[in-house]
Ligand binder design. Structure first.
Ligand code: MF3
Ligand code: CO
Ligand code: CO
Length: 251
C-alpha cells in the first residue's frame, strides 16, 4: 500500500529537497575538465553538512560515498574515484540529502567542457524526458501515464529507456512505494492523488536499453557502451497538479 503524505509532512520535506537542489547547483559551478569524481564527492559531502543535512547515499546498503557520479556509459550508481573528467565527458551527479529525517533526491547530467553532438543529444533527451514525465503527473492520471509519456518521447527520439531501475516514493525513507517506471501503458498502475510524493528519474540510453552491473556491485553500465543520461526530481501531487520539490533557482 502507498501512504499519502499530509500538507505538514510535505512542508517538512521541503528543506531537504531545497538543500539537495542547492548542492547540485553548487556542483555545476565546479564541473570542468580535470576535476575528479572524488572531488565532486567531497564538494557534495561538505556542502550537505554545511546546509545541516546528511548525505543519504553514504553507507546506504553499503554504498561507500556521499553521492553517485555516473560518467558517459555509466547509467547510474557510479562510485566517485580518482578518475579525472575530460573535455566532452558527461557526468550525472545524483544528490540525496536528509534533513530532520526527511529525504530530498535530485540529479542532473552535466557536459564537461565542450559538448560533442552525441553528448548534447542524450543530455537534451533525458532532460526533456523528465519534464514530459512531470507534465503527465497530476491528480487523476496514473503512474502508467507518466511512464508512457516518457517512453513515447524517448523512443521517438531514437533513444531507449532503462527498465531495471525506476523512480520511487520518498519521505522518511530514501526509497518507498510506489515504484515509478519510466515506461508503460496509459491508464495502468495506481491513480495519482494529492499527497503522493515520489521521484521521476528516467535513465535514457543513446543505444540499446540493456544494462549490466559491474563487479563492484553498484556501477550500472550500458551493455553496448552507448552514452546514458539521467535527470531526477522529487515531486508531490497536489490538489491542482504537481509541486516539484527539488526545483530551485540557481543561488
Ligand atoms: N539517488 C539514487 C536514486 O535516485 C539512489 C542511489 S542509492 C546509492 O534513487 F546507494 F547508490 F546511493
Ligand atoms: Co531517486
Ligand atoms: Co537520486
Amino acid at each position: 500500500m502507498v501512504k499519502l503524505k499530509s500538507r505538514e509532512e510535505i512542508a517538512q520535506m521541503r528543506p531537504a529537497c531545497i538543500a539537495a537542489a542547492a548542492t547540485l547547483n553548487m556542483v555545476e559551478q565546479h564541473i570542468r575538465p580535470g576535476i575528479t569524481t572524488d572531488a565532486i564527492n567531497d564538494l557534495v559531502h561538505e556542502d550537505t553538512l554545511r546546509r545541516g543535512g546528511i548525505p543519504a547515499p553514504l553507507n546506504y546498503h553499503g554504498f561507500p560515498k556521499s553521492v553517485c557520479t555516473s560518467v558517459n556509459h555509466v547509467v547510474c550508481h557510479g562510485i566517485p574515484g580518482d578518475r579525472k573528467l575530460r573535455d566532452g565527458d558527461i557526468v550525472n551527479v545524483d544528490v540525496t540529502t536528509i534533513i530532520d529525517g526527511w529525504h530530498g533526491d535530485t540529479s542532473r547530467t552535466f557536459v564537461v567542457g565542450t559538448p560533442r553532438a552525441k553528448a548534447s543529444k542524450i543530455v537534451r533527451v533525458a532532460a526533456r524526458a523528465l519534464e514530459i514525465g512531470i507534465a503527465a503527473a497530476k491528480p487523476g492520471a496514473t503512474l502508467g501515464d507518466i511512464g508512457f509519456a516518457i517512453q513515447q518521447y524517448a523512443e521517438g527520439e531514437g533513444c531507449s529507456v532503462v527498465r531495471e531501475y525506476c523512480g520511487h516514493g520518498i519521505g522518511r525513507n530514501f526509497h518507498e512505494e510506489p515504484q515509478v517506471l519510466h515506461y508503460g501503458k496509459p491508464g495502468s498502475g495506481i491513480t495519482l492523488e494529492p499527497g503522493l510524493v515520489f521521484t521521476i528519474e528516467p535513465m535514457i540510453n543513446l543505444g540499446k536499453a540493456a544494462i549490466k552491473l559491474l563487479k563492484d556491485g553498484w556501477t550500472v553500465v550500458t551493455r553496448d557502451k552507448s552514452l546514458s543520461a539521467q535527470f531526477e526530481h522529487t515531486l508531490a501531487i497536489t490538489e491542482t497538479g504537481v509541486e516539484v520539490l527539488t526545483r530551485v533557482e540557481a543561488e
